[in-house]
Unconditional design. Structure first.
Length: 163
C-alpha cells in the first residue's frame, strides 16, 4: 500500500513537472520519497535527517525547502503551523482531523466522518471550501501520566517546614 502511494505520488510529480515545463530532478523525487517514508507528521529537520541517513544524494537545505513548498502547492503534502513550527503530513485525503500532543508532538489521525458532516453543514459566505484540517491540541495519556508522576514525586519530596 505504502509503495503504491509513493509510486502514485512520483508519477503525479513527474506529470506536473513535465506539464509546467520545469526540470525533473532526482533531488525533488528523493525529498518526496523521504516524505512518504516517514511514518508520521514531520518537520523540515526530519526530512533533512532522513535524507542524510538514507540517501546517497547530497541535497541542500534550499532544495529541500523549495521541494516542500512545491509539494504543498501541488497538494502532495499538507503544511500545518503549530507552536511557530511548520509540520508536514502526506495529503492522502482532502480533509483531516488530528490530535496533537503539545508536549511530545505525537499525532493521531481521527475518524472524521461526523466532523465532515458538521463542516459540510456550515454555510460559508462568499467562500468555497476545498478541504479542511481540524487540529485538536492537548496532552496525550503518556505525557499526562509522566506529568502526574513528576508532580506527585515533587509533593512527596517537599520538606515539611513550620515556623
Amino acid at each position: 500500500m505504502k509503495t503504491d502511494n509513493i509510486n502514485i505520488a512520483l508519477s503525479r510529480l513527474r506529470e506536473y513537472i513535465s506539464s509546467s515545463k520545469r526540470r525533473n530532478t532526482p533531488e525533488r523525487e528523493e525529498v518526496l520519497r523521504a516524505a512518504y517514508a516517514i511514518e508520521s507528521r514531520f518537520t523540515f529537520e526530519d526530512i533533512d535527517d532522513y535524507i542524510r541517513n538514507n540517501s546517497d544524494l547530497i541535497i541542500s537545505h534550499t532544495t529541500i525547502y523549495s521541494a516542500l513548498r512545491l509539494f504543498v502547492e501541488q497538494d502532495f503534502l499538507r503544511c500545518t503551523r503549530l507552536n511557530s513550527r511548520s509540520y508536514y503530513d502526506i495529503s492522502l485525503t482532502k480533509n483531516s482531523c488530528l490530535q496533537v500532543c503539545r508536549i511530545c508532538g505525537k499525532t493521531t489521525y481521527l475518524d472524521n466522518k461526523k466532523i465532515e458532516k458538521m463542516v459540510d453543514a456550515i454555510k460559508l459566505k462568499r467562500f468555497t471550501r476545498d478541504n479542511f484540517t481540524l487540529t485538536i491540541d492537548g496532552i496525550c495519556t503518556s505525557c499526562k501520566t509522566k506529568l502526574t508522576k513528576a508532580a506527585n514525586k515533587k509533593i512527596k519530596t517537599k520538606p515539611n517546614i513550620r515556623k
